[in-house]
Design a protein around this ligand. Structure first.
Ligand SMILES: [Zn+2]
Length: 463
């Protein structure tokens, strides 16, 4: 390794970070990494591989942020030193920025020998990240398509992941979702250790479809399901070859989903609880438990960390507005939206009848995906009989109006582009003490938060 060049790169990156802060540009978390990588392209490799406590990459379509945050919470509670790209982006430049922030100008990270590197990694960044960091563990949460305008992406992403595994150390541990056949495929041809996680709870088996992102098996056969939880996730087997769901080492059963949190049984840990809810967060917890177990963390630390974890920005955020409780549940793709609806159905089933107040907000800006036809892959029918009142907002509120009309929802209290009008309509249609579930796409959530901040309901700060 070229220590002089690495030192120069660290200096340049730190200088860029300082300049960004002085100019008050904000959000410049990726810039230091970008600059430093220009000076020394091997920066992530040289700094990252010095982390001797384990180097973990966490990827997947949904859940990688939450999974990483749970692992971070466990590491913090256990007193294990670690680095986490929590504030930065999940691209190479974000990983570089995270490493830079902890490096001295001599190009060293103090205490690196026992430090864990925890890196939430974008699906497409996995190959360069695996090549640079020589990970000791790679966790895959799930594989869905994001939006319709990125169709074909599922196969592309699976190919990228396989390429990452070709360059990863042969003794790295794979932490895989046993219930997702597309993720399970990553174990094929892998001779190193595999830690499977999955769900064993018949109560969540559905007959219905949902957004079905299943690719067929590599052999060309279709998947059949003994239990289907949602989309292509469940107890699967190939109808043509011998591939089938593996028995997981980390398995959840007797899941109880509440409004404020969830609890479930995990063999070896007993009953665990966390202040996150939804079946998707149970899966995120299982992935995180798998990662923690592969890092040799104690059962006590895992249980305590799960109990302490907080929701990420926009994911199950709770906002009080004039006596109403707004629960923000980000949904950026069909799989995510269906998970939210499943959660609402579970909650409504406990109350009985049509008890749900639901606001859906849909934008079609770049970060949301320009093509909004993906909403037709969302099973709004799931909760049609349980919606008491609804409001539709965002740039494409009219598209939502058509969608929920077909789904059999009641006539909306508002169909409006402006967040202010949607919020006014929610206030007009509810009383203090009422609860409203707000399900926005990403930029619609930013718009709504800005409106709520204007009304003094939330701080303007992002997390
Ligand atoms: Zn097959």
């Amino acid at each position: 390794m070229n220590r002089v060049r690495l030192g120069a790169a660290v200096g340049a990156g730190k200088g860029a970070g300082l300049a960004t802060r002085l100019l008050r540009r904000g959000g410049g978390t990726a810039l230091p990494g970008l600059v430093a990588e220009r000076v020394h392209p091997q920066l992530v490799r040289d700094l990252g591989r010095s982390l001797g406590g384990g180097r973990v990459l966490i990827t997947g379509t949904n859940g990688k942020t939450t999974t990483s945050r749970i692992v971070a919470e466990v590491l913090a509670g256990a007193g294990r030193p670690f680095i986490h790209n929590r504030e930065g982006s999940n691209l190479m430049r974000g990983i570089a920025s995270t490493l830079l922030a902890r490096a001295s100008l001599s190009g060293r990270i103090a205490g690196a020998a026992t430090m864990v590197g925890l890196f939430e990694t974008d699906e497409a960044t996995l190959p360069p990240a695996a090549r640079a960091l020589a990970p000791t563990a790679l966790a895959f949460t799930n594989l869905f398509r994001d939006q319709l305008d990125r169709y074909g992406e599922v196969d592309t992403v699976a190919a990228l992941w396989r390429r990452a595994l070709e360059v990863a150390p042969r003794d790295a541990t794979l932490i895989l979702n046993a219930d997702d056949p597309s993720v399970a495929e990553m174990a094929q041809g892998w001779d190193g250790p595999v830690h499977w996680f999955g769900l064993d709870d018949e109560a969540f088996a559905t007959a219905g479809g949902g957004a079905y992102d299943a690719r067929w098996c590599g052999c060309g056969g279709d998947y059949a399901y003994e239990r289907r939880y949602f989309a292509h996730v469940g107890w699967w087997r190939c109808t043509r070859c011998a591939r089938k769901r593996e028995e997981p080492q980390t398995s959840a059963s007797a899941v109880d989903l509440g409004l404020e949190g969830a609890s479930f049984e995990v063999a070896g840990l007993g009953r665990v609880g966390m202040p996150l809810t939804g079946l998707y967060n149970v899966y995120n917890a299982l992935a995180a438990i798998g990662v923690c177990r592969s890092l040799g963390l104690s059962d006590e630390a895992i249980v305590a960390g799960l109990a302490r974890v907080k929701a990420a920005f926009g994911r199950q955020e709770v906002v009080e507005l004039e006596g109403r409780t707004l629960r923000l549940l980000l949904a950026k793709n069909p799989a995510g939206a269906n998970q939210v609806l499943l959660l609402l159905r579970t909650i409504a089933a406990k109350d009985g009848g049509a008890s749900l107040n639901v606001a859906l907000l849909l934008n079609d800006r770049f970060a949301d995906g320009r093509d909004v036809s993906w909403i037709w892959d969302v099973d709004h029918e799931l909760i049609a009989g349980q919606v008491a009142r609804c409001w539709l907002g965002g740039d494409r509120a009219e598209d939502l109006a058509v969608r929920v009309k077909y789904a059999g929802w009641p006539v909306p209290g508002a169909v409006a582009h402006e967040p202010a009008r949607v919020v006014d309509a929610i206030l007009a249609g509810t009383a203090p003490g009422d609860q409203v579930f707000v399900v926005p796409t990403y930029t619609a959530m930013l718009d709504l938060r800005a409106e709520l901040a204007r009304r003094g309901a939330v701080s303007g700060a992002m997390d």
